[in-house]
Design a binder for this molecule. Structure first.
Ligand code: APR
Length: 267
């Protein structure tokens, strides 16, 4: 159990700052039932080729498992709702501390929780991107999962490329694809994420192993102009050594406790 002293120390650091940015990874959604990647039992722990080639490499190497893998991914995202950690970040925004969330997650949970400035560097699995004109459209949950279920019915071997025929065309007539960033593709909103990183005076690093770039370079950029780094993770990550405070815990437990401590000291 993380001591109240550590919680209060984090709250005191945040109290002194007013330009807080959160950098989040799969760990913040773990408590919403979405598997992380590199933890024991995580997707890349089960399919190691994913760590360098992403889901497309896993599907290519395990075509016979593709339906089970994709069904597992989509079912967990369909069942997921924002948890206490996501909601605590909304509280920090409403209290005037948190400027923005930079996330590596594609599960839309920060937007659903209600943060108003969310940069999704690895895309958003609910969003479609037109391959012809580039137009993007976020589908609402019900429509999205009905579309995915229809696509799954249509094919004997499910793969993300196969999902393409089932995706609604763009209004321009172009084909669409899921707007997540596959390995080897450029990340999204990098300039915006870097601008927020340079503008912050404190970065919360929440639930990431810190091994995937360019997201993993942002904490060092924040530190380079004097920002404080606070990490919350039940295990040390590749970023822990750069941090001013490491809190060995789960985000859905620690973040609400920090918010309570801030409210207690009149923050
Ligand atoms: N609270 C906080 N952190 C947690 C929790 C939790 N409840 N559960 C797990 N973690 C931590 C793990 O200890 C680990 O450090 O979350 C981290 C998850 O690391 P990864 O699985 O590597 O996920 P992430 O860092 O988001 O991966 C980055 O890699 O494959 C790509 O595109 C994928 O966006 C992903 C990127």
């Amino acid at each position: 159990m993380v001591s109240q002293e550590i919680i209060d120390k984090a709250a005191q650091l945040i109290l002194k700052k007013r330009r807080v940015v959160a950098l989040t990874g799969a760990g913040i959604s773990a408590d919403s039932g979405i598997s992380t990647y590199r933890d024991r039992g995580g997707l890349w722990d089960r399919y190691p080729e994913g760590s360098s080639g992403g889901i497309m490499a896993v599907l290519a190497n395990h075509p016979e498992d593709s339906r089970e893998i994709l069904t597992g991914v989509f079912d967990s995202i369909k069942a997921a709702r924002p948890n206490q950690g996501h909601r605590a970040l909304v509280d920090l925004e409403k209290m005037g501390y948190l400027r923005s969330v930079i996330t590596q997650n594609v599960d839309n949970l920060h937007r659903e929780a209600g943060n108003s400035c969310v940069m999704e560097m690895h895309g958003n699995i609910y969003r479609l991107r037109c391959l012809k004109c580039g137009r993007k459209e976020i589908l609402e949950r019900q429509q999205y999962f009905e579309m995915v279920a229809e696509s799954f019915k249509k094919m004997d071997r499910v793969s993300l490329e196969d999902l393409l025929p089932g995706l609604p065309p763009c209004s321009c007539g172009g084909k669409t694809r899921l707007d997540f960033v596959a390995f080897g593709e450029p990340v999204q909103e990098l300039a915006e994420a870097q601008a927020e990183t340079m503008a912050c005076d404190l970065m919360l690093i929440l639930g990431t192993s810190g091994v995937v770039y360019p997201a993993a370079a942002l904490p060092a950029q924040a530190k380079s102009h004097g920002a404080i780094l606070i990490e919350i993770n039940p295990e040390k990550s590749a970023l822990t050594g750069q941090c001013d405070l490491f809190i060995d815990g789960k985000t859905d437990d620690i973040l609400p406790r920090i918010v309570s401590s801030l409210k207690g000291i009149g923050g």
